[in-house]
Design a binder for this molecule. Structure first.
Ligand SMILES: N[C@@H](CCC(=O)N[C@@H](CS)C(=O)NCC(=O)O)C(=O)O
Length: 212
């Protein structure tokens, strides 16, 4: 008999969705993938808007409490949800200082790198190449600052893998062509190590439609 999965992740093969899937994988949350075809506009259909009126992926649905299912949008809220499902797995539970640094680095990547990176993508799409290039360059400069996080640590917030590494992974991976290994050797080494984690590899492929 098939076991029921109470958590579903709606999404597509995009950085935001992959980040959410990696967090669920790393926290050991069992979930079912629900593909949303963005090219066909499924995110704008009424059935999907009933989950997220903004018409955006990812969306997580947790039916563990049958009376009050949790419907969560925002990839980074899903990352924090995953961390809470498995205390200690993605945020140090026993060291308040390390935990605070994990939050600091998490928000560094979310607000200082991912946000301008996404805004640049939007401006490119709107055919505003100069404005897009300015934001891309800002995101790249901020990202280069992360090189120092890795000078003496294997992970971006210290000696443990945390939510900060998950926030960093998708954007560093997307920008890796412009990073340049000799210029940012620590980030290049970290990217290889994180990509090799089995849970990260599974999350990365969660929405891939072609076989691995
Ligand atoms: N801040 C949101 C952004 C969500 C978002 O922009 N999702 C994109 C895919 S990465 C989307 O659904 N695009 C489809 C559309 O806008 O029609 C998050 O982190 O989840």
């Amino acid at each position: 008999m098939e076991t029921r999965v109470d958590v579903e992740l709606y999404g597509a093969q995009t950085g935001n969705c992959i980040r959410a899937a990696i967090a669920l994988e790393e926290a050991g949350v069992r979930y079912a993938v629900r593909h949303v075809d963005l090219a066909r506009g499924e995110q704008r259909q009424a059935s999907f808007r009933a989950l997220n009126p903004a018409g955006k992926v990812p969306v997580l649905v947790d039916r563990n409490d049958a009376d009050a299912p949790l419907v969560l949008s925002q990839s980074n809220a899903i990352v924090l949800y995953a961390a809470e499902q498995s205390p200690g797995s993605l945020l140090p539970a026993d060291d308040p200082a390390q935990r605070a640094v994990a939050f600091e680095r998490f928000f560094f990547f979310v607000t200082d790198v991912i946000a301008p990176g996404h805004a640049a993508f939007y401006l490119k799409h709107k055919r505003m190449p100069e404005a897009a290039a300015a934001l891309e360059s800002r995101a790249a400069h901020r990202l280069a600052e992360a090189e120092r996080f890795l000078e003496r640590s294997p992970f971006v917030a210290g000696d443990r893998f945390t939510i900060a590494d998950i926030a960093a992974f998708t954007i560093v991976n997307a920008m890796s062509a412009t990073l340049g290994e000799p210029v940012l050797p620590n980030l290049a080494r970290w990217l290889r190590d994180v990509a090799a984690r089995p849970a990260v590899a599974r999350g990365y492929r969660a929405f891939a439609t072609d076989p691995a």
